[in-house]
Design a protein around this ligand. Structure first.
Ligand code: NAD
Length: 472
């Protein structure tokens, strides 16, 4: 299947989920159509000087919903990028922001190149020119449209984008808020790199803590001891695997681009990364078994499967062979609509992307707030909190007659720094949002968590449009 067809299928899946959820709401048809359509798509091409000549690069920026501004979403660097895929991803961003109460509309960008096949200098020229094209059309700015990293991009590209934007808008006091996912030294926020994977962990832990739901899947309560398989050890996959492992879950399989491995006794994540750095592959990891293909890892026996690579990975073809009880969509769109119907019949719980991978945009929102306020979270209150806790501990010591050790005192009297506050905000967001969608899921006629999340998103975006006074 061509990548264009893949993108089309992905968009068709997103539309299918929307239609199914919209039918359960009582919003007027016109309002629902407005929520569904993509408001603007900028499709463009630009020339870039290569190391030995010129090339013309195809790129997009799609803004799905303007019910709240700015719009927000990552930029994907991929040779397989296509317009339908960008629209599908922008659409998911609108619903994702709504589900986790981040006050942005959805957007997404893509540059059709393989970043690994060109030099860093060329990649920088492509990124800066892409940014300049967005500036020309007012498709970027802290109040308008705020990109972030996605598949194939990282804080390095975000720094180039911020620098280009600042060169065009030196007078804008909040210009750094034009892009998120920057490194801390460039105006980024602590905790953004790991945010999506950490959010996947917080959300899954909360799901596993619902004893009744686990019982109906034939599982015990709690994340500790659960087995999991991860597909894609990139930013999202690595961090999710790290927090799952630290909480006592057991990684029994990994699927990467070069193939899959399995070890039912558990795979040590850090040792696997070192092995991959040394050999260029996850295969032949000591103690683990190589599987026949990269897709084979998805079909391993486990409690939780975490696809964290790309869309359209679990389809009607391989869904009947999936053995996991829970699929956590760390990537965007890894389960197709046809696959989800089959999985649902087999009693598999699919935790939808628009909820579970929203940690990235949640912390991007905190970064944007930091750029607008121009102060690090925790800078003002930390020492005051610490002094207040110290005063309380002094009274406790006096009243109890037991002096506290230096370790006890520093653990109990620590003021919150930026990382503490970001993690706390992310944990609160993932837990509160889960209970919102779980409550909808428990209603009659709501079959899956995804339908519940879509109903939740549609209701919130509908309120946004009604508040604008466009719809009665
Ligand atoms: P990344 O580029 O850091 O990592 C992707 C990983 O998947 C790489 O290790 C790559 O080798 C691997 N991979 C690619 N094709 C594969 C295949 N066919 N089989 C197995 N592995 C394969 O990207 P990322 O930022 O971790 O994003 C991964 C997914 O998560 C994407 O769908 C992205 O849209 C989504 N997402 C990312 C963020 C974020 O903050 N980065 C936020 C929300 C959603």
């Amino acid at each position: 299947m061509s990548s264009d067809q893949d993108g089309h299928n992905f968009l068709a899946s997103v539309d299918h989920y929307f239609n199914k959820a919209a039918a359960l709401t009582d919003h007027p048809a016109g309002l629902l159509s407005q929520i569904k359509v993509c408001n603007s798509v900028y499709s463009f091409q630009f020339p870039v000087r290569t190391d030995d000549g010129y090339r013309v690069v195809k790129a997009w920026r799609a803004q799905h919903s303007h019910h709240k501004l700015p719009v927000k979403g990552g930029i994907r660097y991929s040779a397989d990028a296509n317009e339908d895929e960008v629209i599908a991803l922008a659409t998911l961003m609108s619903y994702k922001c709504a589900v986790v109460d981040v006050p942005f509309g959805g957007a997404k960008g893509a540059i059709k190149i393989d970043p690994k096949s060109i030099s860093v200098d060329e990649l920088q020229r492509v990124t800066r020119r892409y940014t300049a094209e967005l500036i020309k059309k007012n498709f970027i700015g802290p109040a308008l449209d705020v990109p972030a990293p996605d598949y194939g991009s990282s804080s390095r590209e975000m720094a180039w984008i911020a620098d280009t934007y600042l060169a065009f808008h030196p007078e804008q006091i909040d210009a750094l808020g034009c892009v998120t996912g920057k490194s801390v030294s460039q105006g980024g926020i602590r905790g953004r790199t790991e945010a999506t994977g950490l959010g996947v962990f917080y959300g899954t832990r909360e799901i596993c803590d619902q004893g009744d739901d686990m019982k109906s899947l034939g599982l015990t309560k709690g994340i500790e001891g659960k087995t999991f398989v991860i597909q894609g050890l990139g930013n999202v996959g690595y961090h999710a695997a790290k927090y799952f492992s630290e909480a006592g879950a057991v990684m029994v399989g990994v699927a990467e681009y070069e193939g899959s491995i399995r070890d039912p006794r558990g795979i040590d994540l850090e040792k696997l990364l070192i092995h991959r750095q040394e050999t260029g592959s996850i295969l032949d990891f000591p103690g683990a078994e190589n599987l026949a293909s990269r897709e084979a890892g998805l079909e391993l026996e486990c409690d939780i499967l975490i696809p964290a690579a790309l869309e359209n990975q679990i389809t009607a073809d391989n869904a009947p062979r999936i053995k996991a009880k829970i699929i956590v969509e760390a990537a965007n769109g890894p389960v197709t609509a046809a696959a989800e119907a089959l999985l649902s019949q087999n009693g598999v719980m699919v935790v939808p992307d628009i909820y579970i991978n929203a940690g990235g945009v949640t912390v991007s929102y905190f970064e944007w707030l930091k750029n607008l306020s121009r102060v690090r979270f925790g800078r003002i209150g930390k020492r005051f909190e610490q002094a207040a806790f110290d005063r309380i501990l002094n009274i406790v010591e006096q009243e109890s007659g037991r002096p506290l050790s230096a370790e006890e005192r520093s653990a109990a009297a620590r003021g919150a720094d930026e990382t503490d506050l970001v993690y706390s905000g992310l944990e609160e967001t993932m837990i509160t949002s889960y209970h919102q969608i779980r409550a909808i899921w428990k209603l009659d006629k709501v079959d899956t968590l995804r339908t519940a999340a879509f109903v939740n998103a549609i209701d919130k975006i509908a309120v946004g449009y009604m508040e604008m006074g466009v719809f009665p």
